[in-house]
Design a protein around this ligand. Structure first.
Ligand code: FA5
Length: 345
């Protein structure tokens, strides 16, 4: 290193002197003081770097390298001396580690899963059990056994996505959770009290309330002496358990091939209390799903005697429940995986 301070800003940087001073330090405070003197914001290295600017351009690289070499050597000497001091000597001001560090959010279930579990709890409390079925179904379970014969116009109500497997149009993505009714009735004799949640698929153009992939929850009760009144009471029970007592339900005549009579059930609008608003198209009611008494033909397809047993079934869109409870719209919000939505609910 050159030693002419008038022409060389690195001239002040005497490494031997620095090393000697560092080796002589006996406490952490002294080391801190030396670090400031050599490497601090206004220390020797900082000043030397500042004055490099005043040199002729062709001198700068060599002097810059000399300053960097000095700085690294001082840093190394400081580190080595700190390691050589005992723990008591390096002990600095104590840190209060009892204060919270960086907050970490805990994950939680998706809103659809929360709603499914809430409803399962309601039904389990009513004496139901929970069953599941496959999402890839056969034509038999999704349609035939549910009294939708081939060519039946009601098949067109559910735009079906077929899977390219086996005979044409025999394997499909289930369009509703009703095929699980058949699987449950095949697997156990009455009495049956079962709810069946799951994902369903339809070849539909997305809209604010409809999605090609969505969830349904199905209910099925088969026992001696069940009536339409039991169905209406059950719908009233789970809707008021989820939305509160203020919400009323109503049934309107409808058609499904697997229930007779059939009905569509709706809730009094949770936004206007049934007085009519934009959300409910000023009707005071919001449609939730379909229901009815199990058609005798369905009982026959699974070997249950319709003379001995009666039953009711219902099915509705799972997303509809939190959409109404929290005003979430459009339905695709549930599937976008936008963190703002996932964190909020
Ligand atoms: C059915 O799917 C029948 N399986 C329901 C049923 C079960 C009737 C048992 C009788 C006995 P539907 O196609 O109307 O019916 O659909 C029922 C509900 O699913 C609708 O009211 C709606 O809440 C929801 N749903 C239907 N299609 C979509 C979709 N594309 N996106 C979101 N939700 C939908």
């Amino acid at each position: 290193m050159t030693t002419d301070p008038a022409t060389d800003p690195a001239a002040e940087l005497d490494l031997d002197a620095a090393r000697a001073a560092i080796a002589a330090a006996t406490t952490a405070d002294e080391l801190d003081e030396l670090r400031r003197r050599f490497l601090g914001k206004k220390g020797l290295v900082a000043r030397a770097k500042e004055s490099i600017k005043t040199l002729a351009p062709d001198q700068r690289p060599a002097v810059g390298r000399a300053v960097s070499t000095y700085s690294a050597a001082v840093e190394e000497a400081l580190g080595a001396r700190a390691a050589g001091l005992g723990p008591a000597e390096v002990e600095g001001p104590s840190l209060d580690l009892t204060l919270g560090g960086h907050g970490r959010r805990r994950g939680h279930s998706h809103l659809v899963t929360q709603c499914r579990r809430d409803l399962e709890d309601v039904f389990v409390a009513l004496g139901y059990r929970v069953a599941e079925g496959p999402e890839v179904e056969s034509d038999w379970y999704n349609f035939e056994a549910l009294n939708f014969p081939r060519g039946h116009p009601a098949r067109a109500m559910q735009d079906t996505l077929y899977v390219d497997l086996g005979e044409p149009e025999q394997v499909l993505l289930r369009t509703h959770t009703s095929p699980v009714q058949i699987r449950v009735m095949e697997s156990q004799p009455p009495p049956i009290y079962c709810v069946m949640p799951g994902r369903t698929y339809r070849n539909e153009t997305p809209s604010p309330r409809n999605s090609p992939v969505f969830h349904q929850i199905e209910g099925l009760a088969v026992d001696r002496g069940l009536t339409f009144g039991d169905l209406a009471g059950t719908i009233e029970a789970f809707t008021s358990a989820y939305f509160g007592q203020r919400v009323r339900s109503r049934l309107l005549p409808s058609f499904f091939p697997f229930t007779e009579p059939s009905a569509e059930f709706a809730l009094s609008c949770v936004f206007c209390d049934g007085s009519g608003c934009r959300v409910c198209s000023h009707t005071g009611w919001i449609e939730l799903g379909g229901c009815g008494m199990v058609d005798p033909n369905v009982f026959r397809s699974v070997g249950i005697d319709p003379e001995e047993y009666s039953g009711f079934a219902f099915g509705f869109g799972l997303e509809r429940m939190p959409m109404l409870r929290y005003g979430v719209e459009p339905i695709k919000t549930f599937f976008d995986n936008d963190l703002r939505f996932l964190i909020r609910y």
